[in-house]
Design a protein around this ligand. Structure first.
Ligand code: G3H
Ligand code: ZN
Length: 282
């Protein structure tokens, strides 16, 4: 089937009081693994391509977006395509033509007035061009240039500010800082579940959890129960990818055909996708 709009998958998950898992991809094998894992779980999925992943592909989103659309076409489950962590308006402006139905505009590191102004402008452009737009308030740390950690004072999302931010910007979903952090390679993040519940009651749009690779299964389920509706996962796939390749090459120093180790690592990533979808959708 053709790509499904992200808005439909998030709405369907919200109606079930559940969440949709959204996986960040870098290579074709990531996309194949996400689709395969979602098919094995029998649950729709969001494929996310970040601005950094686009940069890795020489600034061109189209090779990956077309691959995602082609894989969605023959998938047994619905697949949506989301442009993640965009800071560059020029890239956001390519999103609809490139095949994305949604984007996350990333200005959480800015001051409140700057985040508000820049996000409102991004929302206006996105809505005029048929895109669903997610933005961040508070600051989910962990990216290479992060000025703060998940536990730095003042980085958590404030419920009253969040309500005002959503009303003033018109965003379709809100990424919140509730204790997770990007790029964790251990699942030891400690979420503030009470804050998630207060934010879910304060804000009339779906809440998004970033940095979910560092969150244990049980906490993912609790976060969904408290009101998270979209769960972003990236590093967990890269751990599976890299460990799979490393282990294969460590055991066979003669191999030169990448299909040998990529087939294995793709299967391992699909297993991670299936497992995490199970943790998120219960
Ligand atoms: O937007 C993407 C996610 O926040 C991924 O975070 O790589 O820590 O799972 P993660
Ligand atoms: Zn993120």
């Amino acid at each position: 089937m053709p790509l499904t709009p992200t808005s439909e998958l998030v709405r369907a998950a919200s109606d079930r009081r559940s969440a949709v898992a959204a996986f960040n991809v870098i290579t074709l094998e990531h996309i194949e693994a996400v689709v395969r894992g979602a098919e094995e779980a029998g649950v729709p999925v969001i494929v996310q391509i970040s601005e950094n992943a686009v940069k890795f592909h020489a600034g061109r989103p189209i090779p990956l977006t077309r691959a995602a659309a082609a894989l969605a076409e023959s998938a047994a489950v619905e697949v949506a395509l989301h442009l993640d962590h965009v800071t560059d308006m020029a890239l956001l402006h390519q999103a609809a033509d490139a095949g994305f139905s949604s984007a996350m505009f990333d200005a959480g590191h800015e001051s409140y007035p700057d985040n508000l102004a820049h996000t409102a402008a991004a929302v206006a452009w996105a809505h005029a061009n048929g895109l669903w737009l997610e933005a961040e308030l508070g600051y989910v740390g962990g990216k290479p240039d992060s000025p703060a950690s998940a536990h730095t004072a003042g980085v958590r999302t404030d419920p009253a500010e969040a309500r005002q931010f959503v009303a003033d910007t018109g965003v379709d979903a809100l990424a919140v800082a509730v204790g997770s952090s990007h790029a964790m390679t251990t699942r030891t993040a400690s979420l503030d579940h009470d804050l998630i519940a207060v934010l879910a009651a304060a804000v009339p749009v779906p809440l998004v959890l970033h940095g979910s690779s560092g969150v244990p299964d049980a906490d993912l389920a609790r976060a969904v129960a408290a009101g998270i509706r979209k769960i972003n996962i990236g590093t967990a796939l890269n751990i599976a990818y890299t460990h799979g390749v490393r282990e294969f090459l460590d055991h066979d120093a003669t191999v030169v055909d990448p299909r040998k180790y990529l087939a294995r690592t793709r299967t391992e990533m699909a297993g991670v996708v299936r497992h995490l979808i199970g943790a998120v959708s219960g």
